[in-house]
Design a protein. Structure first.
Length: 202
């Protein structure tokens, strides 16, 4: 019986690479559910898929705004990816490292949240707009961490395998590179708090 289920999980994970984002997300969720339901480990699945790791540039700039880095950290964590920053003599590059199907979903989240935060922040003067964005980013990132923690409790084996595979790739390709971490600092506390509050509505 377990072989039949594992074959289904493998097929679902393969569908997770579909260019159709809705189909990919649905397939991944079903794979999680099957592993949880039958108390199976992702280690039972062929390890050939562990090399299906991609490293994609999400943004490039001279200096990525702090709120964007915070959002990227949250999205990476929620999708079993790693947020990595590399630099050359001209620019810095924010990247996502992870299984290809996870990076596809993460990129769409980045696009949606970046655009939404920019749109909502236009209601505020330029002087306080940055603090409002940071407030939004703070709440959104915390919510994404909650999703990740919940999934770890529900399907530990799959989550751990996905995260460890990305970390192994990062170690092999970039040596001592570490995941990005940052702290938000706001000048206008009231505007920051308003952003935090509005972040629950996104």
């Amino acid at each position: 019986m377990s072989d039949i289920i594992l074959n289904k999980v493998k097929k679902l994970l393969n569908l997770g690479n579909s260019p159709n984002e809705a189909e990919a997300q649905s397939a991944i969720e079903k794979a999680h559910q099957l592993l949880k339901e039958y108390n199976l480990s992702i280690n039972d699945i062929s390890q050939d898929s562990q090399y299906d790791i991609v490293e994609e540039v999400i943004t490039e700039s001279i200096n990525t705004p702090q709120w964007k880095q915070y959002i990227l950290i949250g999205i990476a964590k929620a999708n079993y990816c790693i947020h990595l920053i590399t630099k050359d003599y001209k620019k810095s590059y924010d990247k996502l490292v992870g299984k290809s199907h996870n990076v596809v979903v993460a990129k769409e989240m980045v696009k949606y949240l970046f655009e939404t935060i920019e749109r909502l922040s236009k209601r505020y003067p330029q002087a306080t707009r940055g603090d409002y964005k940071k407030g939004l980013a703070y709440t959104i990132c915390n919510r994404l961490h909650e999703i990740n923690n919940q999934e770890k409790q529900e399907c530990t084996a799959l989550v751990v395998q996905e995260e460890e595979t990305a970390k192994k790739f990062l170690s092999e390709k970039h040596g001592n590179a570490k995941e990005v971490s940052t702290k938000l600092r706001a000048k206008n506390h009231l505007t920051f708090c308003k952003g935090m509050q509005d972040g629950y509505d996104i």
